[in-house]
Design a protein around this ligand. Structure first.
Ligand code: GUN
Length: 293
């Protein structure tokens, strides 16, 4: 069993990005600039956005955090987005999800300029990704693919079961894994809340990507010997014995499933840090694209 160490790989990627930024500085070129919009005070979102901003500092990017009240109107948020679209100093920005219920997420994501959509959530980028055209790939699936690539894990012809059909993870990773390329060419089954007999599917899977959000859902009796397990779940579970009052749990019962796995990602320290590294990668890419156009 080998642990896929997302923390270590993401640090390597961040080091590469830092070097690219250093080179740009030497040449007098623009320093990448990422902005994040955070609406409200959701604890998990605050943590994620905080990590994204800190990571920008680590690699030498400029970053801007825009915090808005949870009571902001949809119209005011759309105005802010228009402002960011027109801000030439920005290479990319993200709108942290989820948004408050009174705001139509789809409307907001559609308003983001696809050229600055480093989350890859705009239909233009998503469609381009699905058609294997140049695009921004959503950071979490991009991170999973990069983790496989850097560990030289061949998924060609393998049966991959993705659990969860979210627009951010399950749907895009199911597309990427089945595409031509390396890694790629997997045979993908996309399982979701209406899937029957999920255990029968996971027991036959060579690779399982779980993006479900149910702590320790995947148990040892649901997987076969030698399986590759990618755990995308990050759920806060109350735990009074912990100083923070909660612990972070993945979708996988790690200790028991690890014993049967050839490769497995831990939580925390697996997919999470990869997501941030790939967001930075997309921002650097956006900055480089602007420089040539
Ligand atoms: N919420 C959970 N994951 C993400 C992400 O990757 N990007 C944004 N913007 N919001 C999220």
């Amino acid at each position: 069993m080998e642990i896929l160490d997302g923390k270590k790989i993401s640090q390597e990627i961040k080091e590469e990005i830092k070097q690219a930024v250093g080179l740009r500085k030497e040449k007098g070129q623009k320093i990448p600039h990422l902005a994040a919009i955070l609406v409200g005070n959701d604890g998990a979102s605050l943590t994620y956005v905080g990590s994204k901003v800190r990571s920008c500092e680590q690699v030498g990017f400029k970053s801007t955090l825009i915090r808005l009240e949870s009571s902001i109107t949809e119209q005011a948020l759309l105005s802010k987005i228009k402002e960011l679209n027109n801000d030439d100093t920005l290479d990319g920005y993200i709108v942290q999800l989820p948004l408050p219920k009174h705001i139509d997420e789809e409307k907001i994501l559609l308003a983001v300029d696809p050229k600055k959509d480093v989350d890859g959530f705009h239909p233009s980028n998503f469609g381009r990704m699905a058609l294997e055209m140049d695009s921004f790939i959503p950071a979490t699936p991009f991170g999973i693919m990069e983790m496989l690539r850097r560990n030289e894990i061949d998924i060609s012809g393998k049966h991959c079961v993705v659990i969860g059909r979210s627009h951010i993870v399950g749907r895009p990773i199911s597309i990427l894994m089945s595409q031509k390329g390396k890694p790629g060419n997997a045979t993908v089954t996309l399982a979701h809340s209406r899937t029957q007999n999920i255990k029968e599917l996971t027991q036959k899977a060579d690779i399982i990507v779980s993006a479900l959000g149910i702590p320790e859902f995947l148990k040892a009796d649901m997987v076969k010997e030698g399986v590759i397990v990618i755990d995308v779940g990050i759920t806060r579970v109350s735990d009074a014995s912990h100083p923070k009052g909660y612990v972070i749990k993945g979708d996988v019962a790690f200790d028991e499933v690890a014993k049967k796995s050839s490769y497995i990602t831990p939580v925390p320290g697996g997919v999470g840090p990869m997501t941030i590294a790939m967001l930075l990668q997309n921002t650097l890419l956006s900055c480089e694209r602007k420089s040539v156009s």
